[in-house]
Ligand binder design. Structure first.
Ligand code: MN
Ligand code: MN
Length: 297
């Protein structure tokens, strides 16, 4: 597979800069909306585009929350917050995440996630089995007396496609593929407490969407809306916030209609099974024969 290495390097550099800015900032008292908008405007200011709405998932929510257009939820002292950032340059995607922690009881979760990611990167190269990466991640996390989330995983990345079909597990699993030359992968350990279930389920909220198909509906308004989504996002995920220049009530109605027709899909928030807190760390990398090029380092 031919990939544009320069675009990946640029996307990775931008994603890393935004992530490090977010790691250093003190977020208590800020709204999730401010955080998302800051991340996304930093991406655009550096010449990238968000590959998906900035994810800001608090505490027992492991992933897939993004701010609503009028979101007033604030980060409070005692929270842990996963900030997951996606950048694309001409469709070449970098995916990276950091957990900021305002609760000393959970700092070990963050440490374990970062440590597991470092160990995974250390073993990743052309030919490494995804199952061996999962084993290293699980072993590292369990050495802290903590649990990996077993139904969340890293993934292969392709042009304009965040999840390109291959999964890199966070636990040891039987049978898997080997990392290939010229492919791009995200590795993302998720960690919960020893008394967590280690499994996430779909929560009630869904506020990230993507276009599944450009199939016509026969309804003129809906077909125009589909064209607009394709022009702006192709099949990449988007948020209602990104349609602010449109009539939001109309956009909401259109999304509800297209969801029913399965032309648009929604991604529910993912919640820890025992509602225990979750930490995440993530890098995007391109394996080589010698090791791995971490584009979000
Ligand atoms: Mn991510
Ligand atoms: Mn990812």
């Amino acid at each position: 597979m031919l990939i544009s290495i320069d675009d990946y390097i640029k996307a990775g550099r931008i994603a890393a800069e935004v992530r490090e800015h977010m790691r250093k900032r003190y977020h208590v008292g800020r709204t999730l909306l401010e955080i998302c908008e800051e991340a996304e405007s930093m991406i655009r200011a550096r010449g990238g585009e968000p590959a998906f709405p900035c994810n800001v998932s608090l505490n027992e929510v492991a992933a897939h929350y993004t701010a609503e257009p009028d979101d007033s939820i604030e980060v409070r002292d005692g929270d842990i917050l996963k900030i997951d950032i996606g950048v694309h340059v001409n469709g070449s995607i970098a995916d990276t995440a950091v957990t900021v922690c305002y609760n000393p009881s959970y700092s070990m979760l963050v440490e374990a996630a970062e440590h597991a990611l470092r160990e995974a990167v250390r073993v990743a190269r052309v030919g490494t089995k995804a199952s061996d990466i999962g084993r290293v991640i699980e072993h590292t996390i369990r050495s802290y007396g903590l649990k990996p989330i077993q139904n969340l995983s890293g993934h292969s990345i392709a042009s304009y496609t965040i999840h390109a079909g291959k999964s890199i597990p966070n636990i040891w699993t039987i049978g898997s593929f080997a990392l290939q030359q010229g492919e791009v992968y995200a590795i993302e350990p998720f960690v919960t407490t020893g008394d967590g279930s280690g499994v996430v389920y779909n929560g009630d909220v869904s506020n990230i969407y993507s276009l599944v198909t450009k199939k016509r509906t026969g309804d003129k308004d809906a077909d125009e809306f589909i064209n607009m989504l394709w022009d702006r996002f192709r099949t990449l995920p988007f948020a209602l916030r990104w349609l602010r220049d449109k009539d939001l009530r109309h956009a909401r109605d259109m999304l509800a209609f297209l969801l029913k027709k399965k032309i648009v899909r929604a991604y529910p928030v993912l919640v820890e099974g025992n509602e225990r807190y979750v930490a995440q760390a993530e890098h995007t990398m391109i394996p080589t024969n010698e090791g791995t090029l971490v584009i979000t380092a």
